[in-house]
Ligand binder design. Structure first.
Ligand code: IMP
Ligand code: MG
Length: 179
């Protein structure tokens, strides 16, 4: 009955995630000290990560969220659907998009374009996880927590059909769950 039984292998432990947030937070604090930082979390996968990451950034930042969906089950559809737009006017902000994972690269490359078009002063991207083998578009995140193999992973915000987001670590989902 435990969620843990559906995990084939733990990929990023609680402790490792803590270290990643500390390291990225320190780097972002340094890089944005003379800027006007707006952290933009991509709902819903990034919420757990952004909550921990922002506590490691020692700046007068603002935070907002947007929601899109490009994903059904374990396959990307390559189509960006807006579910929630930002409430903040991005004009004059240095925006840092925060994601749970980059796979095809489609979501973050599209979102970067949209925010640049809306007049953001700068747009950069930060992702907890990177799956470089999944790329279908040319995209590289500016801040990456950890590179992971090409497997379907869940936990720490990442879901499979909206479940497993509350696992405190990241793990490979046992294929028995979706086959
Ligand atoms: P991209 O647009 O293909 O880069 O997809 C990024 C989005 O796909 C992420 O924000 C996730 O929501 C979802 N995604 C990609 N790989 C995984 C995975 O292994 N587990 C859970 N969600 C994933
Ligand atoms: Mg996502």
């Amino acid at each position: 009955m435990s969620m843990n039984n559906d995990i084939k292998e733990v990929l990023v432990t609680k402790d490792e995630i803590k270290e990643i947030c500390k390291k990225l937070g320190k780097q972002i604090t340094e890089d944005y000290k003379d800027k006007k930082l707006l952290l933009v979390g991509v709902l819903r996968g990034s919420v757990v990560f952004i909550a921990d990451l922002m506590k490691e950034i020692d700046l007068f930042l603002e935070v907002d969220f947007l929601a899109i969906s490009t994903y059904h089950g374990t396959k990307s559809t390559g189509e960006l659907k807006w579910r929630k737009h930002l409430d903040t006017e991005v004009k004059d902000f240095d925006v840092l998009l925060v994601e749970d994972i980059v796979d095809s690269g489609f979501s973050l490359s599209q979102l970067t374009k949209v925010l640049v078009d809306r007049g953001a002063k700068s747009v950069k991207t930060c992702t907890l996880l990177d799956k470089p083998y999944g790329r279908t578009v040319d995209f590289k995140a500016d801040y990456v927590g950890k590179t992971v193999p090409d497997a379907f992973v869940v936990g720490y915000g990442l879901d499979y059909n909206e479940k497993y987001r509350n696992l405190p670590y990241v793990g490979i989902l046992d294929p028995k769950v979706y086959s």
